[in-house]
Every structure is written in C-alpha cells, then in structure tokens.
Design a protein. Structure first.
Ligand SMILES: C=CC1=C(C)c2cc3[nH]c(cc4nc(cc5[nH]c(cc1n2)c(C)c5CCC(=O)O)C(CCC(=O)O)=C4C)c(C)c3C=C
Ligand code: FE2
Ligand code: FE2
Length: 328
C-alpha cells in the first residue's frame, strides 16, 4: 500500500486584511457574528451588532490596528503565523504538507482545506493555536472545519490536537522567552494575563479558566516564582456581561498601589503577538501601571516564531501524527 499523504493545518483566530475601517469592519462582522463568540439570540444581537457595535468599533479598532501594523504591510498575527507554519514545515520535512488558516478573515479555513484535499491530502491533523481550550476559539475552529466539509464528497481522515495548556515544551518555551528578556537582578512581580471570556461560559461547562490557571501555575514553577509574586488576570473585556475576574486592567492599577512597582507581564494564552497584546497590554497596560505609581513595566513578547516554540509545536505535531507516521 502506498503511504497516505498527510497534512497539518495550523488554525489561528484571524486578523483584518488592512488597518482600515472597511477591512476591520468585515473582520469584526464575521468574528462577532459567530454564535460561539456572542451567543445572544440573533434577533437581539444582529441589530445591535450592525446598528451600534460595527459603526462605533470599526474605526476605533482600525486606529488601534494602525499603531501595531508592520512596515511590510501585514499584521503581527499574520506575520508570526506564517513564520511558525514555515518553521513547522521545515521541521516535519518534505513528506508532510503544513498550512495555516484563519477562523475569521483570510486565508479562510474552508478555502485552505479545499486546497489541501484537492492536492490529495488523505489524513489531516488540525492544531488550533490556542493553548487553552475555549468554546469561543477551539470549538469554533471545529465548527468551521465541519462546515467546510459539509458539502464535499471527499473528506480526509481528521484529527484535532488537544489543547496544550500544560505541555512541557510550551511551558519551557514561555519561560525561555521571559528569561532571555528580563534582567534577573531586578526584584519584581509577575502578571500572567489571559484573554477574558464571559463568566457564564465557564458556569456552563467551559474549562477555559481552569486551563489558564494550570498554565500559570506550571509557568510559575518553571520560573521558580514564590506564590506571592505572581498573579493571573483576564483581559480584553467586551460587552456588558460579567467576565472572568480579576480583570487585567484593574490589576495594572492596583498592583503599584500595593507597593508592587516592578512588573513583568506575559500573555501565555496568545501564541503570537497581536492587537490584544501589543496595543492593549504592552502599550495601554504600561500606561495604566505608570499612572498608578508603577516604576518598571516589562512586557515579555509572545512565543511568536522563536525556535523553542517551533520545537515545542513540532513535538506536539509529531505526537499527534505518530499513529499515522508508522511504517507498515
Ligand atoms: C465577545 C467578544 C470576544 C470573545 C468572547 C473573545 C474571545 C477570545 N479572543 C481571543 C483571541 C484574540 N482576540 C482578538 C481580537 C478581538 N477579540 C474580540 C472579542 C472577543 N474575543 C474583538 C472584538 C477583537 C478585535 C479587535 C478589537 O476590536 O478589539 C485577537 C487579535 C487579532 C489581531 O488581529 O491582532 C486575538 C488573538 C481568545 C484567545 C479568546 C478566548 C479565549
Ligand atoms: Fe478576542
Ligand atoms: Fe480587544
């Protein structure tokens, strides 16, 4: 029997095509129309989305995206996702086709999957690039994959990598980036900031918050941090519902007032730097912190395309592919 051809798809959240109001509006419309992200009844949500949220938020977010956009014309998230895809492809070797796709925006999941199946991929591993499972992200990727194949005659064998929130390679890569970045002689507090989620999602069974806490605990152990020196926060609150607490922005304000004036901040839930880390945390967070009396604010970049992360991702992919790679 000839070896079936194998593919790997890295699935990322997505980003606008340009830091302009129209492009951001298209992106936000697709993102915020996903029931996994906002699960209000459609009759209630769609008029609000189209009448209030998109007109107000698109120009504002476009302005923020312009602050972080790269000189080569792409967003940081797209840039890093491309580089990690190339890195993983090089590590896995010529026999395995590695692509990436975006849940919202482009390249779309459906289009990328169709290209891969048309190219003869018979077994496909999908790795959502979210370390912690959230229904709003991980499960939404699975929805998009199912929708992409819903009307196709030919479907490859599919496998989804599990969330890697406690993976040793991932934790070590995070610690490596922090150690390379920070002056070890400075005494400091540490904040691990994760993307927020409505508290109701957790109450309804989403394991996201628990997985964030496990990541933070493992990372603190890897960095040998005493328990009174590290903190967890949830950022990027959206809408009126109660979201996970403590709120990251509140911590930036509260920590200096408790005499914790040197802070290192990591966003371990984001594998690549993006609007939510570069603008909201590295820029906006630093501002809040200094205004509240903070002295030293060190933002530690995301894993991005660091060799340690590409190595960890290669291990994750190999582990999931192992049954498919055995020679027989
Ligand atoms: C209801 C709103 C949102 C939920 C729930 C949500 C969950 C969630 N998001 C990420 C990762 C990212 N989100 C990003 C941008 C972003 N997120 C929301 C809203 C929700 N996210 C909005 C409206 C936006 C767009 C920007 C803005 O207008 O503020 C990004 C950045 C993309 C980029 O281009 O840089 C990431 C990454 C996770 C991991 C998550 C649930 C755990
Ligand atoms: Fe988000
Ligand atoms: Fe945001």
């Amino acid at each position: 029997m000839s070896t079936p051809s194998i593919g790997v798809l890295l699935a990322q959240l997505g980003t606008p095509d340009a830091p302009e109001t129209q492009a951001v509006r298209r992106f936000l419309k697709e993102f915020l129309s996903d029931r996994r992200v906002v699960d209000l009844p459609r009759w209630k949500w769609l008029p609000l989305l189209h009448g209030v949220i998109l007109p107000a938020r698109s120009p504002r977010s476009a302005r923020l995206y312009r602050k972080i956009w790269r000189p080569d014309g792409v967003s940081p998230l797209l840039h890093h996702t491309r580089r990690v895809t190339e890195g993983l492809g090089a590590q896995l070797g010529a026999g395995i086709r590695v692509e990436f796709a975006m849940r919202y925006g482009s390249p779309a999941i459906a289009e990328t999957l169709h290209t891969m199946t048309r190219a003869g991929i018979q077994r496909l591993l999908i790795i959502p690039l979210f370390p912690q499972y959230a229904s709003a992200t991980t499960a939404s990727i699975a929805d998009a994959v199912a929708m992409a194949f819903a009307e196709e005659r030919l479907q490859p064998a599919l496998r989804f990598a599990p969330p890697f929130f406690a993976d040793d390679g991932y934790i070590r890569a995070l610690a490596d980036v922090a150690r390379a970045r920070l002056d070890p002689t400075v005494p400091r507090d540490w904040l691990f900031s994760f993307h927020g989620l409505p508290q109701r999602f957790i109450d309804e069974g989403d394991p996201y918050a628990e997985q964030c806490r496990i990541t933070a605990q493992r990372l603190a152990e890897e960095l040998h941090l005493p328990s009174e020196r590290w903190h967890v926060g949830f950022q990027s609150r959206f809408g009126r519902e109660v979201w996970l607490t403590p709120d990251t922005a509140g911590l930036f304000d509260a920590l200096p007032r408790q005499g914790r004036r040197n802070l290192a901040v990591l966003c371990p839930g984001f594998t690549a730097d993006c609007l939510e880390t570069l603008e909201e945390i590295a820029e906006g967070g630093a501002e809040i912190f200094h205004r509240a009396g903070g002295e030293r604010f060190d933002y530690v970049p995301c894993l991005n395309d660091t060799p340690a992360w590409i190595g960890a991702l290669t291990e994750i992919a190999r582990r999931e592919l192992s049954g498919w790679l055995e020679k027989n």
